[in-house]
Design a protein around this ligand. Structure first.
Ligand SMILES: N[C@@H](CCC(=O)N[C@@H](CS)C(=O)NCC(=O)O)C(=O)O
Length: 198
């Protein structure tokens, strides 16, 4: 793809579905408009977006409205997406699994406190460890350092968002030790990727 004019719109925090593309563009030194929407502004601007959600990336005036479509395009631009078909499929598999896992928790964000506690306690007892253990096994199957292609890809940046979030201690009723308990190899992975993107 020839040089394009890029604008990436996402919330103003260092995580979630928009951050991997922001990191990748910065790592590769690709110029883009980093449009950060303050959470407090969201209700007023939500209707301006095609599916009323972000991230959205404008590429020469045309829109991409799904995070993993953005991640694949940005990954190709930044050489952070595998060229080999199998490795690319593994990259996609890991990115989609990261979304499946995080969506379980996102679904609880606006629950009343009591329900949030009950649902998160159930998630911590089963589904979250199940996804973490699966991701850990996938990392080991692929060599233990990176999720695919034997090098940094968008998959590693997606998983960094998961481990950052789960280890932060900011999710009530989700122990910050959950990654250590169920996916110990994701901790050195998190550190490895943090060091690269720092
Ligand atoms: N399938 C979409 C989901 C996008 C999505 O759920 N975005 C969230 C932020 S991570 C959002 O815009 N939430 C605000 C809202 O729905 O009002 C994608 O992967 O891009």
């Amino acid at each position: 793809m020839t040089t394009a004019t890029l604008k990436l719109s996402y919330f103003d925090f260092p995580g979630g579905r928009g951050e991997p593309a922001r990191i990748a563009l910065k790592l590769a030194g690709i110029a883009f408009e980093d449009h950060r929407i303050p959470i407090t502004d969201w209700p007023a601007v939500k209707a301006d977006y095609l599916y009323q959600q972000v991230p959205v990336m404008e590429v020469d005036g045309k829109l991409l409205n799904q995070s993993n479509a953005i991640n694949r395009l940005v990954g190709k631009m930044a050489d952070l997406y595998p060229q080999d078909s199998w490795e690319a499929a593994v990259c996609d598999d890991v990115m989609d699994t990261a979304d499946d896992l995080m969506q379980l928790l996102v679904n609880t964000f606006f629950m009343p406190e009591e329900e949030k506690q009950r649902v998160r306690t159930e998630l911590v007892a089963g589904p979250v460890p199940m996804f973490l253990a699966g991701l850990n096994a996938t990392l080991l199957t692929n060599g233990g350092e990176f999720f695919c292609d034997g090098r940094l890809t968008m998959a590693d940046l997606k998983i960094l968002m998961v481990t950052r979030n789960l280890c932060s201690g900011n999710l009530d009723y989700v122990p910050a030790s959950i990654v250590a308990e169920h996916a110990a190899d994701l901790l050195p992975h998190m550190q490895r990727i943090e060091n690269i993107v720092a």
